[in-house]
Structures are given as C-alpha cells and as structure tokens.
Design a protein around this ligand. Structure first.
Ligand SMILES: Cc1cc2nc3c(=O)[nH]c(=O)nc-3n(C[C@H](O)[C@H](O)[C@H](O)COP(=O)(O)OP(=O)(O)OC[C@H]3O[C@@H](n4cnc5c(N)ncnc54)[C@H](O)[C@@H]3O)c2cc1C
Length: 806
C-alpha cells in the first residue's frame, strides 16, 4: 500500500463510491478507497435500489436528482453498466394532509426541474390495473424515477474514479485512525499504514465504530429493514414487457415494484422496529443479511395484500433482511466532524443508493473548494449536538421513530417526542405550566407558542389565533421569551479584537458595550455564519448565533485562529440562560428590577452592559429580534428561574404576554429581518442576500474579494433577495415555493408567515434581478395555486425603525 495519499475514504458502499467518483471529477485523484470486503459488500448490495425524486426538502430533492442523472450516464463514461431501470414512481395520498403535501412537493419538483404530475386515482389504474385505489385521493407521479442494481451502480462509480487515477484497496481493514501533530491523519490497516490530509468515514453501519477510533461520536443507529419477492404472479406476467412505476403506499408503509415476473414488497413497519449492532458489529461480516422475520411485518403485509389483492395469494420466494443506517432525523451525514480538522463524514443514509451520488458530489465540492453549490445545512453532521451519541437513548429512540415514520407525512411544525426531553432548561416547568407547546431544537426544548396543542396542517392551524395574541400582546404591551436555546461564545485574549476584525464582514464595535450584527464569509464569499458580537472589554467579546449553528460556528471560529494569535473561544451555551423582554412596556418592567438607568441616554439601542436585574448578574443587550424596544438578559443558567419569576411578577400585571418561536418568526419577518438558514446560506453571498450596510467593503475580511467581485456584476447576478406581501387564502408561505413574474418561473421563497400586526402574508424570495424593483407584481405558487404577491420596499412593520430606538 502507498504510504501517503491526499484523501483516504473508509468504506466502498454507495456513499463511499459516490464520493470517490466525484472527488476524482473535482480533480482530486490522489484518493485511496479502503474497503474491508468487496465493493458494496456492506448494506449496499442488498438494497432494493429504488431512487425516489419525491421528497419534501428542496436541497434533498437536488441531492436525489444527482443519482437519477448519474446512474444512466455511467455506462457511456466508464463502460460499466450502472444498473439503471427507469420505471417512474407513484406515491399515494390517502387523506387531505397528504394531498396538501403533494401540492407543496409539486412546487419543489418544479424548482429542481423534475417532471411530476398529480394523478387522479383512476389514472393510477392505467399503470397498475390490479391495484386497489378505492381509498386513494391522489397519486404523485414522477416519471423519471427508477431503481438501480446497487452493486452495479456502485461498481460503475468506483470505475469512474479509477479511470481518473484514484485507487482502491479491497480486503483491507482499517483498525486505527490517529491525528498527527501536523494535522494529517494516520490510517492503520491490516495491510499497512497510510498518512493522508483528509480522512473520510464512509463506513456505513460501522461508521460509529470507525468514528470511535478517533474519539468521534457518530450519531447513527442501524435499524433492520426487510423486503420480500413473491413467486411469479400471473397479474405481473400479464403486464408483458411493461415496467410499471414503483408505488409507495403510506397505508401499508410499503413500496411495491415489479421484479421480473414477481412483485417486490418492502414495508417499513410502524411499530417495534429492531435495531442492529449498537454494541458493535464484527469486522468480518461481508455480504451479510439478518434473519428474515415475516411476523414482524405481518400487519403491514396484510395492508399490502389489501392494496394488491393478488399478493394475498402469492407465494414468497425470497426475503431480504438487512440493517440500514439512521441518524436522529434520518438525513445522512455529509461534512466535517465536530471539533476535528479534516475528518469528514459520509454515512448515515437511510436510502444510500439514492443519496450516495449526491452526498459524494456535494462533499467533494466542500472538500475541494471549501463550499458547496447547494445549501447543505440539513446534511451537515454538526446539526447534531453532543446528546446524539450512538449508544445513548436519544439516537436509538430517534432512529426507531424515524424508521417507523419512513412513509408518514410530516406536517409543518409537527414534533416527534421520541428521545425527549434532552435539554430542558431551568424554567422548563414554569413555561410548561403556562401552556408551552414544545419544539426540539438541537436537543433543547423551546416553546413554539402557548395554548392548546396544535392540530398540525399545511393550512392555518389552531395555533394561528394563539400566535396572533402573542404578537399583539408583545407589540402593544410587552412579551417575554425564553431564548436560552441560542449559541453563546466568549472570545477572549489580546488578539480577540483583531481576530474578529479579520474574519467579520461588518465593522467590529470599537468601545466596550458596542454591539454589531455581522456575517462571516467563506473565501468564496458564501455566508458561513451570522453572529451578534458585543464587546465587553478590549480583550473580551460575547458572540451569539442560532443554536443549530453552535458546533458549526464554534469550529468555524476555532479553526480560523492563526498560530500566532492569542485568542480563546469558550462555548458558554449551556452555562447561560437568556430571557428576551420586548415591547413598549419592557423598559418600565425592567426598570423596576434594576438600579441601572435604562433610558436612551444611558443605555442606547444596540449596546450591551453587565448589570444586575432582580439580584441576578446579567449581560443585558439592548437588541430585539422582534423589532421592539427590548432587552435580552443573559444570566447564569441556574439563576434563570429567579430572573424569570421577578420579571413575570412585575410584567404580567401590566399585561405582559409569553411568546414562542412561531410569534418570533412572524415578528422578525414583519420587520424584514433575514434569518440564517433560510435567507442566508453558504451558497449565497452578501450581494444576493442584499446585506447592504452589514458589509463594510472598506475593511479587510475573509471573503471580501469574492463578494466584491459579485458586487461588480450588478444585475448580472443570478438572483437577489426580495421581500413581499402575499395575498393568501387559508395558508401562508413557508419557503421553497416557486415564484413567477409574467408567467415565467423566476425564483423561490425562502420563508414566510402571516404578519399578524400588518394583516397580510409576507415572504422573502430569491428572484431574477430583472424583477427586483419594489412594487413589482409577482405570483407565488402555494399548494398548487397561484397567489398574487408584491415586492415591498421596506419592512411591513415599523419601516422607519422607530420602535426599537424608543
Ligand atoms: C433491505 C434493504 C433495502 C434497501 N432498499 C433501498 C432502496 O431501495 N433505495 C435506497 O436508496 N437505499 C436502500 N437501502 C439502504 C441502503 O442500502 C443504504 O442506505 C446504503 O447501502 C448505505 O450505504 P453506505 O455506503 O453508507 O454503507 P455500506 O454499503 O454498508 O458501506 C460501508 C462499507 O464500509 C466498509 N467498512 C466498514 N468499516 C470498515 C473498516 N474498518 N475498514 C474498511 N472498510 C470498512 C464496509 O465493509 C462496507 O462495505 C436498503 C437497505 C436495506 C437493508
């Protein structure tokens, strides 16, 4: 074995093979793919190989499309057949929620340029004449779907990488991985040692064991899935050479496809799913299967028999049973390992034959260029906190729940309760008693709103009125919110200021007490992070960002400290609680609990002071994400109850309300505040995001040259962010809806809400710059209906920004 390589990939399943192929195509050919068995001898070989385009996430839809485009093309490039069978697919909707979801996904398909049709039930019979569709309300047809023989497609991808010079070592077991003092990785195998710059864990079900070699918790638990193949069935042979579309049926929680003259049926049981290998899997397993257990599937097979009555009489020829990797949200892991330089994950796919090529393509871009062409936040491994270890309750309960839900329809705002609560802060019980409806974010419990449990829907739900009251109360009197679920860092040291100035796109505060919202860019100008920076002393800064970015932002800061800089980044997220008190009466409420003068003269907007409120030491920041006069009070977590009780005791008699994440989102959009993750993402530069005064081109900062280059393009850029009012019926924009101008598709929404204070729906959208002018009439396709929208010049609420300065 060679002694050095630029990249070592551990594992040659669909995920490792996809990366191997695309890294070579990005120009990195000094790559070694190490596999302990044969190619695809892990989970990949026994997969049913179905490749769905249908998915409710825009970026995952882009990911899935990569496989369906690549597999048919591999033969021409490599001479090896990619095993592709284009049959199309139909998913069944059985109730109104599922119909609404189909209409939403129909828009996503349009955005990613995937052909799709909404079918009447009788049209399904044209494809499957012997299927019962009596309970079906709608079919979603994606004619370009299909299935791939997973061994053939993986082998062809590996061939594509090899042709360009990358190398494969089969029958080679990785036994140890160590980071060397120079940052490179040493990989010990049973055939020798290799040192590489980048190490990729693509070890499938073994990924937690391989991660453990480097002390890395990989949040993956494997769950057993089975499919069966019938004896030949007359109904199938009667189809002649016709290959009917694969069908996905939520009632049986199963897929059906033709397999030669037989029917292949794969249910994801919705109860009692069995996990596999949590304590470790023997290294010498190759092409292994788990023992079939049809009893486990019986309720779902009975439903399958109701859907395809002929199946009830068919004999069973084969049962395939094997483990599938599941992360706590069933998305795969693609990107850097938390806290480790140049260690990458490429694993955890629950449909890896579908997702391997896309994961490979975008991870290769990330490794080679430092940035991807799509937003990969929902694939970034750092979206999982340290509560997600593979041997813990959370990872297991979530994996099982995600497996049960494979064919369920997730409704907007819907919460799953498996594995929770993980991080309930010190006022959880108090907020629960107030009627908090909880959402989980990065392990933290956070109120969505206060009131009766939500009957979730793609239409306006019963939460609508509760949120309206929270918004009104906050805007007219005052509101209190628990914002403890935000990331909090202290950046200290003699070079802290110059370090932040070098990285941040905005001018950093000069005097202690100063505060700035700033963005951090990649070298290509992409928006990598957004943080509020408060200068507490010349050598002490306090930084806040969204909680889902905690590990991402911490790594981003730490990895950019130069060797000669004296800077320390301390993550104080868990140590501090945050209460926001906002609204016209917030000053009165807080003034009665502190000796500090809170008037404009002594405590200006966008400044911070370390003060005492209700005998609790707090870092008080005069800032409000809801656009009102207000303060955020950051205090020791154990003293949060004391602070909360004191504020509630004074505030509630004055009419102060509690508000949750729904109301906060509504109010931030009414103020036209952009959010990291929806409007602001890594593949977007400050120019498209129209960040204006938040970027100071007079300064030097990472990513400036690239952003400036984009700025010079003027209206020749691909898209620009606009803000609009939308005329809606009983549903509001939520993001990823197609936007039209004059009948032409010109962009997509990124987020939206009903603006309770302004009486209209509002949305942000990226559109072709030719239609960016305020006053322009657009149309937004929501639930398959065109709704009129108009671009606004300013925030819908308080455009002069007088309220926060009051
Ligand atoms: C019954 C069944 C049906 C399925 N149907 C579908 C489907 O229709 N569509 C779909 O998209 N997906 C399907 N899947 C899921 C799919 O099989 C997996 O998501 C996918 O194979 C995961 O690929 P991977 O590369 O992550 O893992 P694997 O294929 O398991 O690859 C990991 C590789 O790493 C190697 N390795 C591990 N540790 C080491 C080490 N220390 N040293 C060297 N090598 C190592 C292993 O030998 C293995 O080959 C199905 C799965 C099952 C079980």
């Amino acid at each position: 074995m060679q002694e050095e390589a630029q990249v070592v990939i551990i594992g040659a399943g669909a995920m490792g093979a996809g990366l191997f192929y695309y890294l070579a195509h990005e120009g990195w050919t000094d790559t070694l793919l190490i596999e302990k068995g044969e190619l695809s001898s892990g989970s990949t070989w026994h997969a049913a190989g179905l490749i769905p385009h249908f998915i409710g996430s825009l970026n995952m839809a882009k990911n899935h499309k990569v496989a369906a485009d690549l597999y048919p093309a591999l033969e021409a490039e490599t001479g090896m057949n990619g095993g592709w069978h284009e049959t199309g697919a139909i998913r069944l909707a059985l109730d109104q929620d599922q119909v609404d979801w189909f209409k939403y996904v129909h828009g996503i398909m349009e955005l990613v340029d995937n052909e799709s049709y909404l079918l009447e039930p009788k049209q399904i019979l044209e494809h499957w004449p012997f299927m019962d569709v009596s309970d079906v309300k709608m079919g979603f047809h994606t004619p370009n779907d299909g299935w791939a023989d997973p061994s053939m497609s993986s082998a062809a991808m590996v061939a594509g990488g090899r042709q360009l010079g990358a190398k494969v070592h089969k029958h080679t077991l990785v036994t140890e991985t160590n980071q060397l003092p120079d940052g490179r990785w040493e990989v010990i195998t049973d055939k020798g040692r290799v040192v590489c710059e980048h190490l990729v864990n693509a070890a499938g079900c073994y990924a937690p064991q391989v991660g453990a070699m480097a002390g890395i918790d990989v949040p993956i638990v494997s769950v057993i899935h089975q499919y069966l193949i019938t004896e030949p069935m007359k109904e199938i042979t009667d189809l002649g050479s016709f290959q009917p579309p694969i069908v996905r049926d939520p009632r049986a929680s199963a897929y059906y496809r033709r397999e030669i003259d037989s029917l292949l049926v794969g249910p994801y049981e919705r109860e009692n799913a069995q996990v596999y290998g949590i304590e470790g899997i023997d290294w010498d397993k190759h092409f292994y299967l788990t023992p079939p257990d049809l009893d486990q599937l019986m309720p779902w097979l009975i439903e399958a028999g109701n859907r395809v009555p002929a199946f009830q009489e068919a004999g069973i020829k084969t049962v395939i049973s094997g483990p599938i990797t599941h992360t706590p949200d069933s998305g795969f892991l693609m990107g850097p390992a938390t806290g480790h330089n140049n260690y990458w994950h490429c694993s955890g796919a629950s449909i890896g034959v579908t997702q391997g090529p896309g994961a490979g393509k975008y991870l290769a871009q990330w490794m080679v260029h430092g940035q991807t062409e799509i937003n990969v936040a929902e694939m970034d491994p750092r979206r999982f906190g340290d509560h997600c270890g593979p041997k813990g309750r959370y990872a297991k309960d979530k994996a099982i729940d995600e497996f049960h839900e494979m064919y369920a329809t997730r409704l907007p705002g819907e919460q799953r309760f498996a594995g929770r609560p993980q991080k309930a802060d010190t006022i959880y019980d108090r907020l629960d008693a107030k009627g908090a409806q909880w959402q989980e974010i990065f392990g933290w419990e956070r109120p969505q709103y206060f009131g009766e449990a939500e009957a979730h829907s793609f239409r306006r739900s019963n939460a609508f009125d509760a949120v309206a009251a929270e918004v009104k109360g906050t805007r007219e009197i005052a509101g209190i919110a628990d914002l403890s679920a935000f990331a909090k860092f202290e950046v200290t040291g003699s070079d802290a200021g110059s370090f932040l100035e070098r990285m941040a796109a905005n001018k950093m505060p000069v005097k202690p007490g100063g505060m700035r919202l700033t963005h951090f860019l990649t070298t290509l100008g992409g928006i990598e992070a957004e943080m509020t920076v408060t200068k507490l002393a010349d050598d002490r800064y306090y930084l806040n960002s969204g909680i889902t970015s905690e590990f991402h932002d911490r790594d981003w800061l730490v990895h950019h400290i130069a060797a000669d800089e004296e800077v320390t980044v301390t993550d104080v997220t868990e140590d501090k609680g945050i209460l926001a008190v906002a609204g016209p009466k917030s000053r009165d409420i807080l003034s009665s609990l502190t000796d500090v003068d809170l008037t404009n003269e002594s405590f200006r907007w966008l400044t911070g002071q370390e003060i005492v409120v209700a005998d609790v030491p707090v870092t008080a920041l005069r800032v409000s994400y809801v656009g009102e006069l207000g303060w955020e009070l950051h205090c020791p977590m154990e003293q949060l109850p004391q602070l909360y009780d004191a504020i509630v005791a004074v505030g509630e008699p004055m009419g102060m309300v509690h508000y949750g994440a729904y109301a906060m989102n509504c109010m931030r959009i009414e103020k036209a505040y952009k959010a990291m993750g929806s409007e602001l993402t890594t593949e977007i530069t400050p120019v498209e995001a129209d960040l204006g005064r938040f970027v100071n081109y007079d300064l030097d900062f990472q990513g400036k040259a690239a952003a400036q280059e984009r700025l010079a393009q003027g209206d020749d850029i691909e898209m620009i962010l606009v803000y609009c009012s939308v005329d809606t019926a009983n549903n509001d924009p939520r993001g990823n809806e197609p936007v039209y101008y004059d009948g032409e598709l010109v962009g997509l929404t990124t987020s939206g809400t009903f603006g309770h204070s302004v009486g209209t729906s509002l949305a942000f959208a990226y559109v072709d710059p030719k239609c960016k002018a305020p006053g322009t009439d657009l149309e937004i396709k929501m639930m398959d209906e065109m709704r009129p929208a108009k671009i606004l010049a300013d925030a819908a609420y308080d455009p002069a920004n007088e309220k926060p300065r009051a």
